[in-house]
Design a protein around this ligand. Structure first.
Ligand code: SF4
Length: 324
């Protein structure tokens, strides 16, 4: 039973990703940025997406909400395949699916005031106007921990953390159900990261939001996520609930990522696994297991056969010949 079938047995997911792939053409060659991803996300859940830079995490997030055109596969939102809908039918879903970007400075128009920035989605979707719109904007700015007097300022007048709060308010404006958080804390100081993550957690509880939380820092992902999907070179390596993945990572790549996460207790020692070499080019991925060129456990079969995605333990999946 694969992960999609297994979750289907529980209840209908809010978002169901089925065999999703996204390729780009580069100089006449195919670059497979996202390869055959299947994942279901329940309402109110946070699924963390981790992997090194360039592993396809952000491309996957943007493809799920149709900011990128998928090459193949399906994304069901409350049961509807949004990838097969004509653009004009997407308007209804665009309200429900929002994104928070990594770099709040680049994603906010510097010529617009905070009030205009937060109000823009409401204007585009023509939801409310006049006093109702002003009240909603005020409600949003308070919801993200800023003040109404901030509404008349411009993005450059804020710190990185405050700008990300404005980005969050903008994403919340349309009352979405699902938010792709695309490395929302990577550009922030470590001291500010926890504040933004705590804000996202609090908003999730208050508003019943569902997140796909993308990051390369496993320690923060572990803190916010119910389940974590580990990706490498556009492929799924491991999926499990946060607790199980932290306690017992199965895939050699996850083990290496996990070994870099600091343990708050100095009495506990853990050997750091340092991965040799660079991530191969997605234009020329290794045959068989895509991780084999950096895996200390690589065997003959790893270059010949793609490992199958398998449930090794209850709700804990991986793709590795060590478990086949
Ligand atoms: Fe390593 Fe082989 Fe497992 Fe890939 S399939 S992670 S190369 S042991």
């Amino acid at each position: 039973m694969n992960v999609v079938e297994k979750d289907m047995k529980k209840k209908t997911p809010l978002v169901e990703i089925k065999n999703l792939s996204k390729s780009f053409q580069m100089g006449g060659q195919e670059l497979k940025a996202v390869n055959n991803i299947s994942l279901s996300i329940q309402s109110g859940e946070t699924v963390g997406l981790v992997g090194e830079s360039g592993c396809g995490k952000s491309t996957l997030g943007k493809t799920v909400i149709r900011l990128n055109r998928a090459t193949s596969g399906e994304v069901l939102f409350e049961g509807d395949n949004i990838l097969s809908l004509p653009e004009k039918s997407m308007k209804k879903f665009r309200k429900d699916m929002q994104i928070i970007f990594q770099d709040p400075y680049a994603s906010l128009n510097p010529r617009m005031t905070v009030e205009e920035l937060i109000g823009e989605p409401l204007s585009i979707h023509r939801l409310i106007t006049g006093k109702a719109k002003k009240d909603r904007i005020k409600e949003l700015i308070l919801q993200v921990g800023l003040k109404p007097e901030h509404l008349h300022r411009y993005p450059h007048e804020f710190s990185g953390g405050q700008r990300q709060r404005i980005g969050i308010a903008r994403a919340l404006a349309l009352n979405p159900k699902f938010i792709v958080c695309d490395e929302p804390i990577s550009a922030l100081d470590v001291s500010i990261q926890a504040q933004v993550v705590n804000l996202l957690k609090q908003l999730q509880q208050e508003l019943g939001l569902t997140y796909l939380f993308i990051a390369h820092d496993l320690s923060m992902v572990k803190y916010i996520s119910d389940r974590i999907l580990v990706m490498y070179l556009g492929n799924m390596m491991e999926l499990a609930d946060s607790e199980s993945l932290s306690r017992e990572p199965l895939h050699p790549y996850t083990q290496a990522l996990m070994s870099a996460v600091p343990i708050p207790d100095p009495a506990i020692k853990r050997e750091r696994i340092v991965l040799e070499g660079e991530v191969p080019s997605p234009l020329h991925p290794p045959s068989g297991c895509v991780f084999r060129t950096r895996c200390m456990h690589a065997m003959d079969i790893c270059s010949k056969q793609v490992p199958t995605w398998k449930e090794v333990k209850e709700s804990h999946f991986t793709a590795c010949h060590l478990y086949n």
